[in-house]
Design a protein around this ligand. Structure first.
Ligand code: ZN
Length: 203
């Protein structure tokens, strides 16, 4: 009898400890492990910007972890190179994003933002190939299948046109198909060079 009471007290203390930890460290274990299962593509819906600018904007909106995305792909504005891949602090810390409404997807989904208003204007070729390279790199690294590469506005429960009406959905799906050896990336050596440039910045 006494044994079961002790066990009950012990369990209660463990539960209390866990709940206190959850208060102090609100990041779920899944996010800490970097167990990424999805990739979510966004546009910034602004003509200009970079990771630092969006970081400030997101902090102003009350996000204490700043920049909601894990990666930003620049368009040559905001003193960044066209096609430059910026790594956000959430990625460096391997913590959940703040780029979608549903928390489970923020925990499991890597958020990539392409700078630009893709409702009005297409992304640049350099941005495109950086996005293809980064997406494929993350797909391979975390074993993420193509059907788990999502577009913000096409996710159930999200109401937005992100990543924009001019996002090249069909072309992108074809180019991230790891099994498709004849994708347009391999046909264009010039673009491969731009991918190599971004590879260095992605580290
Ligand atoms: Zn979005």
């Amino acid at each position: 009898m006494l044994g079961s009471r002790k066990a009950f007290i012990f369990c209660s203390l463990v539960m209390l400890f866990i709940s206190l930890c959850a208060e102090v460290f609100p990041i779920p274990a899944e996010a800490q492990k970097g167990d990424w299962k999805y990739i979510v593509i966004h546009h910034s819906a602004t003509e200009t910007g970079n990771a630092a600018i969006f970081d400030k904007a997101h902090r102003r909106r009350g996000m204490k972890n700043g920049l909601a995305y894990h990666f930003v792909i620049d368009n040559g504005t905001g003193k960044r190179r066209d096609g430059q891949i910026e790594t956000g602090s959430r990625w460096k810390r391997q913590i959940e994003g703040g780029h979608v409404r549903q928390r489970w997807l923020n925990i499991q989904g890597i958020g990539i933002c392409v700078v630009g208003n893709l409702n009005e204007k297409c992304m640049t070729e350099k941005q495109y190939w950086s996005l293809v390279w980064l997406t494929k790199h993350l797909m391979k690294k975390y074993n993420i299948p193509q059907d788990k590469v999502l577009f913000h506005g096409k996710i159930k429960g999200e109401s937005t046109e992100c990543p924009g009406k001019k996002f090249p959905y069909a072309r992108f799906r074809k180019d991230i198909n790891i099994n498709n050896k004849s994708n347009s990336n391999s046909k264009n050596p010039k673009k491969t060079k731009s991918s190599q440039n971004t590879r260095r910045t992605a580290k």
